[in-house]
Design a protein around this ligand. Structure first.
Ligand code: UT7
Length: 332
């Protein structure tokens, strides 16, 4: 029995990464760090960064084109585009508008959704609810971020953690009993001081001084985020399983937000899941924020790790704090 009024799910996925690989050795030339520290504390070996002049919409549109091709439809078959991003090409117009025009989705409306690293999960549940209500037939949810645009290239605490990338999914009605079965979403603004971008918004508009102080970049209290991320991703995933009477051993794939391999493994351990059933792409792509869940799902599908009818749980945690989980029975 689905939480939605109709059976709605993902019917195709796509992904895109920029070509430029930035490995840990390159970062060790920029800040006081080492390949050994980064791998042992985060599991990250390399990440992709865009060349100047490339925005989140450029990555998102390529991921969306792949998802459309995989589904065998055209952009004109879309009713809406939800662009999930914390690094919009610009504050306005929304990145969804830029993607819409680049992909040529002439019949779609759209909007951006920002809930930091939970953006894609919240976007997916929003799209599913819009389809289940009958308001839309087919929606593209695109998670796209150019985290290198807000990474402080002088701060070893954060610059090593993030990468650029995009993932996209198509959401529509699916066979009865398949698709999105349940989801839970949370927000708690008391977490705001632990992960935020100090300047460049309405509260503290960018000035020469804020830019000189790199306040337009990510600030993070890593340890505080770490412990909350482990606890909440594990708890919300457990809730998805318990509420639907699913034994963890029957879960085919756990797809956690890819922020730190130690966080992901700790969450999987709390769920008593073997690590081979956890989607993991952090080693090569780092934390791509809104793109981690769709790319990890796409790569798991490509690797044949998920088949029609398999139970899949997504879990996300990010700035806000925001977090959530989703249970799906894979639809194709
Ligand atoms: O997607 C949004 C959610 N974000 C996350 O989930 C990230 C959560 N946090 C983390 O992943 C981890 O907390 C970090 C990877 C950011 C840091 O790992 P940690 O094991 O918590 O290290 P720490 O913050 O306790 O720092 C330990 C030491 C410090 O040095 P001192 O003060 O002990 O001398 C840091 O300055 O490691 C130092 N350090 C580094 N050293 C070498 C921090 N970053 C680096 C670095 N290279 N890149």
């Amino acid at each position: 029995m689905s939480r939605l009024a109709k059976s709605v799910g993902i019917t195709a996925t796509g992904q895109f990464y920029p070509q430029r690989i930035v490995n840990n050795h390159e970062l060790a030339q920029m800040v006081d760090t080492s390949d050994e520290w980064i791998i042992s504390r985060t599991g990250i070996k390399e990440r992709r960064w865009v060349e100047p002049g490339v925005g989140s919409s450029d990555l998102g549109v390529e991921a969306l084109k792949m998802a459309l091709a995989n589904r065998g439809i055209t952009a004109d078959d879309l009713d809406a585009i939800i662009a999930c991003t914390v690094t919009p090409d610009m504050l306005f117009p929304c990145t969804a508008a830029l993607i819409q025009t680049k992909v040529g989705a002439t019949k779609a409306f759209g909007f951006d959704l920002n809930a930091a690293c939970s953006s894609f999960l919240f976007g997916l549940s929003t799209a599913a609810s819009m389809v289940a209500s009958g308001a839309c037939k087919r929606i593209a949810v695109v998670g796209c971020d150019v985290m290198s645009s807000i990474a402080d290239k002088k701060d070893r605490n954060t610059v090593v953690l993030f990468g650029d990338g995009a993932g996209a999914v198509i959401v529509e009605e699916v066979e009865e009993g398949l698709g999105i079965l349940d989801f839970e979403q949370k927000i708690d603004g008391k977490g705001a001081p632990h992960l935020f971008m100090p300047a460049g918004g309405s509260l503290k508009p960018a000035t020469a001084e804020t830019v000189a102080a790199n306040e337009h970049c990510i600030y993070q209290n890593g340890q505080e985020v770490f412990k909350n991320a482990v606890r909440e991703m594990a708890e919300v995933s457990r809730l998805m399983l318990d509420r639907n009477a699913i034994d963890p051993k029957d879960l085919k794939l756990f797809v956690p937000h890819q922020a730190n391999n130690r966080i992901m493994e700790a969450a999987a351990k709390r769920l008593e899941l073997p690590l081979e059933r956890m989607a993991n792409n952090i080693m090569y792509y780092a934390n791509t924020t809104s793109a981690t869940l769709p790319t990890a799902m796409h790569q798991s599908l490509e690797a044949g790790k998920v088949q029609k009818g398999d139970y899949v749980v997504l879990a996300a945690f990010g700035a806000g704090f925001t977090w959530g989980g989703m249970l799906m029975k894979w639809a194709y």
